[in-house]
Design a protein around this ligand. Structure first.
Ligand code: NDP
Ligand code: ISN
Length: 346
């Protein structure tokens, strides 16, 4: 009796172990569908989900938000730019983070962007960011956008010089290809472990690749269900250029969180709409960098899930016919995006 009882409990234990092992393996495969990192064409691993830092409303709390995001929430990628005018605050935050001894420089992936008022002095633009950070290298440095902007002052300001007609003043003495070739020098000097581009459409990338000796590691562009940019994304991926989706919620005020079609997919999975919007690029192998300076949202924005193929397709369909671009800055040139509508940029 005792023997059979022991035998029974042994079998039960064995079953429990087998079932647990099977669940673990299923869960492991399931979890693995969303990448934790993207491997760049340099071989470096870039965290797939990072922390955005651009704001026009609450710049005074960028530093403390970055500190919280790294130390309390566990973000390891910080996305910033000279244009955001907060890199000094981020530098101070990084010093506080390193002083805890819990996170080291090599645990973090810092992305910055050189603003094109430094069109003829790209390396100097990067040096200014490095000085503000108090770092001797960044993990990724991007040309912020492919339109050189006129500037005569050492600090690259004004960032958005306008002529008497309110048009942004371009610098015709330099091309977007020249800007990138200067960035290649910074890469070769080790100040940027990887280099890339931002706001580049296919036509600009084609031109760039004819002269570049270093294929951009990343193109950072606006991507979300209302602007899926599938053709550009697939083109970049075919060239070994990883993508980062900016404005995953549609930018300030997070307008896409109110989209009914996205909401109904969130209901199906019993998750928040923000989880769906962040899971969307990740399920397509695209990294993303949501911005929030609110503690609970900083934590919430780490929640992502695997989406079924039919839902990924539903999300792509939302903006495929009539894409909506929220980042509508007027550079005075056609940036060559498929959804470009001149009337949006009068
Ligand atoms: N390369 C480029 O040209 C560009 C790059 N970027 C980068 O991409 C990052 C992200 O894009 P961004 O334009 O900031 O916009 P996002 O799409 O990340 O949206 C930010 C807005 O969403 C709100 N928000 C964040 N999380 C939540 C949540 N869980 N629930 C409700 N609201 C939320 C934020 O408010 P709150 O802070 O109050 O939570 C803020 O108003 C930028 O910060 C920047 O680093 C952005 C634009 C252009
Ligand atoms: O995050 C950003 N917000 C912006 C607004 C205008 C131009 C560039 C950017 C960014 O990179």
């Amino acid at each position: 009796m005792e023997g059979s009882y022991l035998g029974h409990s042994y079998k039960r234990a064995q079953n429990i172990v087998l079932v647990s092992l099977r669940s673990y393996l299923i869960l492991k495969c399931y979890k693995n569908m969303i990448p934790e990192y993207l491997t760049l064409n340099t071989g470096a691993k870039m965290p797939a989900l990072g922390f955005g830092t651009w704001t026009s409303v609450d710049r005074n709390i960028v530093g403390e938000s970055v500190e919280y995001a790294i130390l309390e929430a566990g973000y390891r990628l910080i996305d910033t730019a000279y244009f955001y005018e907060c890199e000094d605050q981020i530098g101070e935050a990084l010093k506080r983070v390193f002083a805890t001894g819990k996170v080291k420089r090599e645990d973090l992936f810092i992305t910055t962007k050189v603003w094109p008022t430094f069109g003829t002095r790209i390396e100097e633009g990067l040096d200014r960011s490095l000085a503000d950070f108090g770092l001797d290298y960044v993990d990724l440095c991007l040309i912020h956008c492919p339109v050189p902007i006129k500037c005569d002052s050492p600090d690259g300001k004004p960032l958005w010089p306008l002529d008497a007609n309110g048009r942004m003043i371009k610098d015709h003495s330099v091309t977007h290809v020249d800007m990138y070739l200067q960035l290649e020098k910074a890469y070769k000097s080790g100040k940027a472990k990887a280099i890339g581009i931002s706001n580049y459409s296919e036509i600009y990338i084609e031109e760039l690749l004819k002269s570049a000796s270093v294929v951009p590691a990343v193109n950072q562009i606006e991507i979300h269900p209302l602007l899926p940019q599938r053709k550009l994304a697939e083109y970049c991926q075919s060239k070994g250029i990883a993508l980062t989706a900016f404005s995953p919620f549609g930018g300030e005020g997070a307008p896409i969180l109110k989209n009914e079609a996205v909401k109904s997919i969130a209901e199906k999975y019993n998750v928040t709409t923000s989880t769906i919007l962040l899971s969307f690029p990740l399920n397509l192998g695209i990294s993303t960098i949501p911005k929030s300076f609110k503690k609970q949202r900083i934590l919430d924005n780490l929640k992502v899930i695997d989406l079924e193929q039919e839902d990924i397709e539903k999300l792509i369909a939302i903006g495929s016919k009539s894409p909506v671009r929220y980042d509508r800055e007027e550079f005075g040139v056609d940036l060559g995006f498929e959804d470009w509508k001149p009337e949006l940029f009068p």
